[in-house]
Design a protein around this ligand. Structure first.
Ligand code: SF4
Ligand code: ZN
Length: 320
């Protein structure tokens, strides 16, 4: 099959758009969508100058999504003196998984001369995810602890590096799964919070005061295309799955979505288009609710409780 845009051989077929794309046009198409998101989500360094550049922190796990995002941001802005990229890797303490993916992060950032920082759960919380998964003091899935710890460190270190923007590599499939999970759980408040809690389109209404603007520029690109992009560009990517990955509900949603997409191409895109509108309405309803917050007595983070969720989890884990 030929590429829809030229006469080279197609390497992929995007059923949702009908396009067959060759390698070069796949690259172009992925990069265009990422740049458009950066622009449309208001992330361009408009107010920055070479003397006062924007610091962009990008969460880099070594998996395909964050590697592709970091590489495209670097390719696009490396020559722009108004942007300074900092790749931030969070080491959870997962044997046989994170050290290997750290090697991929180092290869990527060394070759491109990108500033790379690594922070660990061990140093920050005196916690290793392998122990958390084994002890599980609150009887939750490991990811329920890990997600809270990771979000805390991303936000805290972005602030420490004086970040002006924070980027993460969620792709279209990730986002559509989260959207459906929130809806199937009937959790409208979580829909509103999806904007900021898990890094959605940046929205003033749900953002806490002085929160760093965040974006997920890969959120229009299906997972399969991100994977193919990484492979054809020969990017250093760590492909293993985390041994504690245990979000059973997400796995089921993933199967449903893939089946729907197969029979009704474009389902993921239409879910996200509708969900963003819903989330915007939900933000009107819930956006102001957690503004009147106090401070965590342990770490000073904003919270409505005595201790923030992260500190409560750290306490529980360290009490074992
Ligand atoms: Fe943490 Fe779960 Fe991701 Fe593993 S899969 S790194 S436990 S959030
Ligand atoms: Zn706290």
């Amino acid at each position: 099959m030929d590429c829809t845009k030229c006469d080279r051989d197609a390497v992929m077929h995007a059923a949702y758009s009908g396009a067959h794309l060759c390698e070069g046009h796949l690259f172009e198409s992925v990069e265009r969508r990422v740049r458009r998101r950066v622009r449309e989500d208001g992330m361009l360094p408009d107010d920055a100058t070479p003397d006062d550049p924007d610091t962009w922190v990008v969460g880099l796990s070594g998996g395909k999504d964050s590697v592709v995002l970091t590489d495209i941001l670097h390719e696009t802005f490396a020559d722009d003196p108004r942007v300074e990229l900092v790749a931030l890797t969070i080491h959870e303490g997962i044997e046989g998984y994170r050290d290997e993916s750290l090697a991929a992060c180092e290869e990527l950032t060394d070759e491109r001369d990108i500033r790379h920082e690594v922070v660990t759960y061990a140093d920050e919380f005196d916690v290793e995810m392998d122990d958390v998964a084994e002890d599980d003091p609150l009887d939750m899935a490991p990811c329920a602890y890990c997600g809270v710890f990771r979000r805390d460190l991303l936000a805290r270190y972005a602030e420490q590096y004086d970040a002006d923007k924070l980027f993460t590599g969620h792709n279209l499939d990730d986002e559509a799964e989260t959207a459906l999970m929130n809806i199937f759980e009937g959790n409208v408040e979580q829909v509103a919070k999806h904007f900021d809690a898990s890094l959605g389109p940046f929205d003033e209404r749900t953002a806490k005061d002085d929160m760093i603007p965040r974006a997920k520029p890969l959120r229009d690109v299906p997972e399969k295309e991100v994977a193919l992009y990484a492979q054809l560009r020969d990017l250093p990517v760590h492909m293993e799955e985390c041994p504690h990955s245990s979000e059973a509900f997400r796995g089921e949603i993933q199967d449903v979505l893939l089946a729907l997409e197969e029979n009704h191409p474009g389902t993921r895109h239409s879910i996200m288009a509708g969900y963003e509108e819903l989330a915007s309405l939900a933000a009107d309803e819930y956006g102001d609710e957690d503004r009147a917050v106090g401070e965590c007595e342990a770490c000073g983070a904003p919270t409505t409780r005595e201790k923030c969720r992260k500190c409560a989890l750290v306490d529980a884990v360290n009490a074992v």
